[in-house]
Design a protein around this ligand. Structure first.
Ligand code: SAH
Length: 466
């Protein structure tokens, strides 16, 4: 089994520091089930590749030779990426997997161009499943499925893929994605799955698993469908009382803003823009409990309405608000609700006329804003994006809000008018949109309006672009 990692970050040979393996040496490691070897087929200043070869001894894998069948000796284990390779990764690239790098600590925390190639990854569930696991994490995925036997095409396709993953990402993140997802795709695990596996999953899944759209699938497969373990892991992934907290916090925000019934004004303003654009298909990203969805649904112009939220609980409430189960089929078909996170690429969000993001951006951690902008403006790319966010300057006018406090406890920031304008123009410029910023709610002569709304329109593709 062969896994290669390539970088074009310069100097590329820094990969040696990141992996704690000198590019000029070949090193071998003894594992309980065979040998691992690391060497560098190429190591120049502009491009460097580290190869990890795992030489599994199938005889060593058979714990009890008495009564062992031929299948226990002759199988795909030595040749494919599986939980054995995850164990080898942890053993051979352990420091890198944990983000430690003595000589280049800052580099370990830097996203660098990386390319991983897995010579053979078993994925009986097919290429779509493979993509649904890696693409939301931002990877460009190339998957080549191999025939069962090249000499006998009639035997059809095998479940084995050569997979290439390309991304600009920190090395420890890439390694932890592989560590978790290889055994998820392979399905088989070579060891007993117990409590310890929950800890490993949560540790290696930190920072990405909780809001991965396939979180439940990954958790269940990683834990081999052991229900109690999966339940324990999932309850820790949806941070404690996240849902109930969210409700209480929303109520607080509503109380601060109530004298203006600002939320209604905002939703009306967004709806009006969406209606005027003539859009028929519309995304409500971070749809929450579905207040905007409900308004969109009442306007027959919108024939395809898709709400997306990272919170299961919010989606359940949206579903209840829309009473979808009681609607006639034709009406029901107009609306879809998806669980997903806006900081990851999601192919389900492409091909829409418009997208609304009402009071969502301020819930994202600032380091995730670039990924958010890429996925909404760079990948989903609707013709129009309408985005609202609080104007922090106006907070001084809210009588019940203590000075300096944000309107909602989950707000990671609130922008001044200048800050929002700067961000909006930078994003518009980067992704080929124009932006018009408008006030929502009563304007204070000095402080502006309580809500700021950016209306982004995609520029027509220039005739010179292919
Ligand atoms: N647009 C709704 C809800 C706003 S509250 C309304 O105006 O009523 C912000 C919403 O964004 C919450 O429902 C929260 O779950 C969701 N959210 C936060 N981070 C997200 C992410 N990364 N991806 C998708 N939704 C997210």
């Amino acid at each position: 089994m062969l896994l290669t990692l390539t970088t074009t970050h310069e100097p590329a040979t820094d990969l040696g520091y990141l992996l704690h393996k000198h590019p000029a040496r070949c090193q071998s490691f003894t594992l309980p089930f065979g040998q691992a070897h690391v060497y560098y087929p190429e190591a120049s200043a502009t491009r460097c590749t580290a190869a990890l070869v795992l030489d599994v001894d199938p005889v060593g894998l058979v714990r009890d030779a008495r009564g062992a069948t031929i299948r226990q000796y002759v199988n795909d284990r030595p040749y494919v990426a599986s939980s054995l390779l995850s164990v080898a990764l942890a053993r051979v690239y352990g420091s890198a997997l944990n983000g430690r790098c003595k000589d280049r600590p800052e580099l370990a925390q830097t996203a660098i161009p990386l390319h991983a190639r897995l010579a053979a990854l078993p994925c009986a569930a097919g290429e779509d499943r493979l993509r649904r696991l890696f693409e939301p994490l931002g990877y460009a995925v190339t998957a080549t499925q191999h025939p069962m036997d090249p000499v006998f095409p009639a035997w059809g396709a095998s479940p084995y893929f050569t997979v290439e993953l390309t991304h600009t990402i920190c090395l420890d993140q890439l390694l932890s994605h592989l560590y978790v997802l290889m055994p998820v795709l392979d399905g088989a695990k070579h060891y007993w799955v117990g409590e310890e596996e929950v800890e490993k999953l949560l540790r290696q899944g930190e920072g990405w698993l909780a809001d991965h759209p396939e979180r439940d699938y990954i958790t269940q497969r990683y834990l081999k469908y052991r229900k109690a373990l999966a339940r324990a892991a999932l309850s820790r992934l949806t941070t404690p009382d996240e849902a109930q907290d969210a409700e209480a916090q929303d109520a607080e925000e509503a109380a601060v803003e109530r004298p203006l019934s600002l939320h209604d004004q905002r939703l009306d303003a967004v709806l009006e823009v969406l209606v005027q654009t003539g859009a028929t298909s519309v995304l409500d990203l971070g749809c929450g409990e579905g207040r905007l969805l409900h308004r969109l649904w009442s306007a027959p112009q919108f024939t395809r309405i898709v709400g997306v939220d990272v919170s299961h609980r919010a989606l359940e409430r949206a579903q209840a608000r829309l009473r979808l189960d009681r609607q006639p089929e034709a009406q029901r078909r107009r609306v879809e609700l998806h669980h997903g996170s806006l900081v990851y690429r999601d192919r389900r969000l492409t091909g829409f006329d418009a997208a609304a993001l009402v009071e969502v951006v301020e819930h994202l951690d600032p380091p995730r804003l670039a990924a958010f902008a890429r996925s909404v403006f760079g990948e989903a790319r609707p013709r129009t994006v309408v985005l609202t966010t609080p104007n922090r300057e106006y907070n001084a006018r809210f009588e019940t809000l203590p000075a300096g406090q944000l309107r909602h406890r989950d707000h990671r920031f609130e922008w001044t008018r200048a800050e929002f304008e700067a961000w909006a123009h930078q994003v518009a410029e980067a992704y080929g949109y124009t932006v018009d910023i408008r006030p929502v709610g009563p304007e204070d002569p000095a402080l502006g309006a309580p809500t700021q709304m950016g209306v982004f329109d995609r520029r027509p593709a220039s005739p010179n672009t292919p």
